[in-house]
Design a protein. Structure first.
Length: 260
């Protein structure tokens, strides 16, 4: 019998800071190809979970399994190479670089020559030149997917906030992730931009086959696109279920959605 494993799951994840329990025995399973969302009030521990997954924090206990491997203790760049990419709640772009340049930086783990050596020793027909052409073609596909053509050669710092959020999403996609962590992707967007974001996230799931783990405060967005939702509060799980199950759960209503 061949060995089977879950695509991604967390078991009894716990981490504390200065005696304060930020995440307390959280566990869940994300099916490959699905959109799994984590909701909860500010300070509930959502971003801390993402920081543990991406290697920025080392949890006190528990397991984080990705494609059959426990990734706790691995460096962030190693985790990225395995196929996990993320966006951040606060934009982490290079404001004095163009959209294209920021997206090309997302290709760094796939560049055989290295992003700086490739630029420095560029020669027509060389391996570095061929490598760059291939990576630029991939980035152009992302620009088309996210409708960023008008921003391609503009400096990121002068672009609207909603556009910058899309560029950060594009840079994460440039890593060709199997699992994409989206931390508040709609923050700062207007209602029209949020509606477009819903379509783009669904395209990333359907067309690119990327599994998505999402943190988001916009409940309409969450309910529209999620396959399953985990609600947490004070670092502890409240319940997990389908959007219909979660939005009717009394503890979720009390902790997050409001009593009414």
């Amino acid at each position: 019998m061949p060995t089977t494993y879950q695509f991604f799951n967390i078991e009894n994840l716990s981490i504390s800071f200065g005696g304060l329990m930020a995440v307390d025995k959280v566990g869940f399973v994300v099916e490959q190809g699905s959109i799994f969302s984590i909701i909860g009030p500010n300070g509930a521990g959502k971003t801390t979970i993402f920081n543990c997954i991406s290697g920025l924090y080392r949890p006190d206990s528990g397991k984080i399994n990705f494609s059959g491997e426990d990734i706790i203790g691995l460096k962030p760049h190693t985790i990225a190479r395995l196929g996990i990419a993320r966006t951040f709640q606060n934009i982490e772009l290079f404001s004095r670089m163009t959209t294209m340049e920021n997206l090309m930086l997302g290709r760094h783990i796939h560049m055989k020559t290295g992003i700086w050596s490739g630029a420095t020793f560029y020669r027509r027909g060389s391996r570095a030149a061929q490598d760059e052409i291939k990576h630029r073609e991939h980035v152009e596909e992302i620009i088309d997917l996210l409708d960023l053509q008008a921003a391609r050669n503009q400096f990121v710092g002068g672009l609207p906030y909603g556009t910058q959020k899309l560029i950060e999403l594009g840079r994460a996609l440039a890593l060709e992730p199997k699992l994409l962590l989206l931390d508040e992707p709609s923050a700062g967007m207007n209602s029209e931009e949020k509606q477009d974001l819903i379509f783009w996230i669904k395209d990333i799931q359907d067309e690119l086959g990327v599994t998505i783990l999402l943190i988001e405060h916009d409940m309409k967005l969450i309910m529209d696109i999620s396959d399953r939702i985990l609600a947490i509060n004070f670092g502890k799980p409240i319940m997990e279920g389908t959007p219909a199950e979660v939005q009717k759960h009394p503890e979720v209503l009390k902790a997050y959605l409001g009593e009414d």
